[in-house]
Design a protein around this ligand. Structure first.
Ligand SMILES: Nc1ncnc2c1ncn2[C@@H]1O[C@H](COP(=O)(O)OP(=O)(O)OP(=O)(O)O)[C@@H](O)[C@H]1O
Ligand SMILES: [Mg+2]
Length: 264
């Protein structure tokens, strides 16, 4: 079943006194149930713009985006966003941060704490429920952000470089955690990263984007996360010959884009 559909979407950003920026040109793709779609591409190719369209933070200049056959016209509880900076509320403890969206939605204290505790446990944060968020490490703060995003039971999780600020070891652990959550919850995921290795490891589908104007240049189906669920050995997968071959192929595509070689 097609759940998210992006049809002929283009975005022009107006710039005072200059020609407008053509941030996205004629984007077409779909995210199906249980897919984990990763977007990769040179800086400025329009990845965040695309995520913002799906989130409903902005409207496309042309085209349309729909979720479960309903056109997206603004933000909604069927989509949750996890940003690179977790955007937690420093005056609230972990439990209240995770439950915050439910409070806004008007759920009573008992209900929202029950739901929040479920996701706090899923993210392995039980011991930190009462902690202030500034007492947590960056990786733990990001887990709080993910728990909060899950509380509204969205159809799709939108993640814009969620692991970009983490050290290498924490990042690898967080990748595995997100994959397990994705499998356990069955959510669709749209995930932006600058790391080719992370993209290949996590996605079931990879879209590679090119800049000026932003567009999708390549699409790959990926087998590696499935392999991870079968073997549990992330490092061995990332060191395997077919993983490395594809990684080098994609790096080549992106470096060619970065050096200004236009495809049009
Ligand atoms: N509000 C805005 N006004 C004008 N131009 C913008 C605006 N937001 C983004 N742009 C431009 O649109 C293009 C796409 O930006 P976007 O942030 O979507 O890229 P990105 O792929 O997410 O980049 P990065 O990898 O650096 O995060 C860039 O050229 C950017 O400068
Ligand atoms: Mg971005």
């Amino acid at each position: 079943m097609t759940a998210l559909a992006i049809r002929n979407a283009s975005v022009f950003y107006p710039v005072p006194g200059k020609p407008s920026v053509h941030a996205l040109k004629n984007i077409n793709f779909e995210i199906h149930e249980k897919e984990f779609v990763v977007a990769l591409g040179a800086s400025g190719c329009g990845k965040s713009t695309l995520l913002n369209l799906i989130a409903g933070f902005m409207a496309p200049s042309e085209g349309e985006i729909s979720l479960n056959n309903r056109i997206i016209t603004g933000p909604g509880a069927d989509r949750s966003v996890v940003f690179q900076k977790h955007a937690l509320l420093p005056w609230l403890n972990v439990l209240d941060n995770v439950a915050f969206g439910l409070k806004i939605q008007g759920h009573n204290k008992e209900k929202r704490e029950k739901i929040a505790r479920n996701f706090i446990a899923l993210l392995g944060l039980e011991q930190f429920e009462q902690s202030a968020t500034y007492q947590l490490s960056g990786g733990m703060q990001q887990r709080v952000g993910i728990a909060r995003a899950l509380t509204s039971d969205p159809d799709i999780l939108l993640m814009d470089e969620p692991l970009g600020a983490l050290d290498a070891l924490t990042r690898e652990r967080a990748q595995e955690l997100i994959l397990k959550i994705w499998r356990n919850t069955g959510k669709m995921v749209f995930f932006i990263t600058h790391s080719v290795e992370e993209a290949l490891f996590m996605g079931t589908k990879l879209i590679v984007m090119s800049p000026r104007p932003g567009r999708i240049s390549h699409v790959f189906d990926l087998p590696f996360s499935q392999r991870y669920f079968e073997t549990g050995n992330a490092r061995a997968i990332k060191a395997s010959a077919d993983f490395i071959d594809l990684r080098e192929k994609i790096l080549q595509i992106i470096f060619t884009d970065e050096s200004g070689d236009e495809h049009e």
